[in-house]
Structure formats: C-alpha cells, structure tokens
Write a protein that binds this ligand. Structure first.
Ligand code: HEC
Length: 147
C-alpha cells in the first residue's frame, strides 16, 4: 500500500470519527441536562409545597446538579448543533457569553449547596430561584424551543 493511500485511509477514518465524537458529546450533555431537569423538578415540588420541605434533599439535589455541571463546556465542541440537538448554532459565535452563562449556573448551584447546608428554608428557596434563573437565562438564548 502506498503512503498516499494509507494517508487517505487515515483521513477517511478521521472524517468518520469526528461526527461520532460530537454525537457522544451531544448525548452526554443531554443526559446531564436531563439530570439537572429532574433535580430541578424534585426541588420545585418542595418549593411549591407539593412535597414536604426537606433541606437534606436540597443538599443531595444541588450536589447532583454540581456533578452534572462538571466539565459541561467540554461537551459543547464547536459546531455540535443540528440533527436532534436543541443547541443553537450561535453558541459558538457567542462562546464567551455562553461560558459566562454556564459559570452563572455553576455559581448559583454552589450558592444553593451552601444554603441547603445551612438549612434556612427561606434562603434555600431564594437560592433555588437563582438556579432556575440561571437555567432559563441560557435556554432563552441558546436552546431551540421544541415544546
Ligand atoms: C450555558 C447554557 C445552559 C445552562 C446554564 C443550562 N442549560 Fe440546559 N440546555 C442548554 C442547551 C444548549 C440545551 C440543548 C442541548 C442539546 O440538545 O444539544 C439544553 C437542554 C436542556 C434540557 C433538555 C435535555 C434533553 O435533551 O432532553 C433540560 C431538561 C435542561 N437543559 C435543563 C437545565 C437545567 C434544569 C438547568 C439549570 C440547572 C440548565 N439546563 C442549565 C443550555 C444550558
């Protein structure tokens, strides 16, 4: 086999491999987002009084959210939009702003973890509200609405 055809083969592999990497990232970030969504639901139900208020549950949920946010930006490789993804293409034209919104969520979740550890119901509810705002602050601009 010539070097040239070998290189062509390698190039072809890379072309095939690349979208797979992006797809893995999309699947992984959607899974993480689903975790955020289900934890938010659990906490919202307590905030609305539909389930018993439990500060420990806020601690668990906030911690689970913090884990889900770990390395989130790495799961948004450039151009990984389209297809089944609800990510808008403009994420990568506004990467600094998108990163700031990601950081705002990380900070809000850290605030919620602190409030939950202190156990003050009013402070926990307020901190949860801030988390919710940080989610929608990003979704409004960077997530395609499908509902
Ligand atoms: C920095 C931006 C950003 C932040 C902050 C953010 N999200 Fe998302 N979220 C997205 C984007 C973009 C998508 C679409 C991802 C895709 O489909 O590729 C998404 C998708 C989702 C989905 C749908 C997942 C699916 O595919 O079923 C849920 C649920 C969700 N986010 C919940 C949350 C919650 C709850 C928070 C706050 C704790 C949050 N997100 C914070 C950007 C963000």
């Amino acid at each position: 086999m010539s070097v040239k055809s070998l290189l062509a083969g390698v190039a072809a592999c890379l072309l095939i491999a690349q979208p797979t990497v992006a797809n893995d990232a999309v699947t992984e970030r959607e899974d993480r987002m689903k975790t955020l969504g289900s934890e938010a639901k659990t906490m919202a139900s307590m905030v609305k009084g539909r389930s018993a208020f439990d500060a420990d549950q806020f601690s668990f949920s906030a911690e689970s959210m913090a884990d889900a946010m770990e390395g989130m930006l790495d799961l948004f490789p450039a151009g990984s939009h389209g297809g089944d993804s609800a990510a808008k293409a403009k994420i990568w034209d506004n990467w600094e702003d998108f990163s700031a919104k990601n950081q705002a969520a990380v900070n809000a979740i850290a605030g919620l973890m602190n409030a939950a550890d202190e156990g003050n119901e009013k402070a926990i509810k307020k901190a949860f509200g801030m988390v919710g705002k940080s989610c929608s602050g990003c979704h409004k601009k960077y997530r395609i609405k499908r509902d």
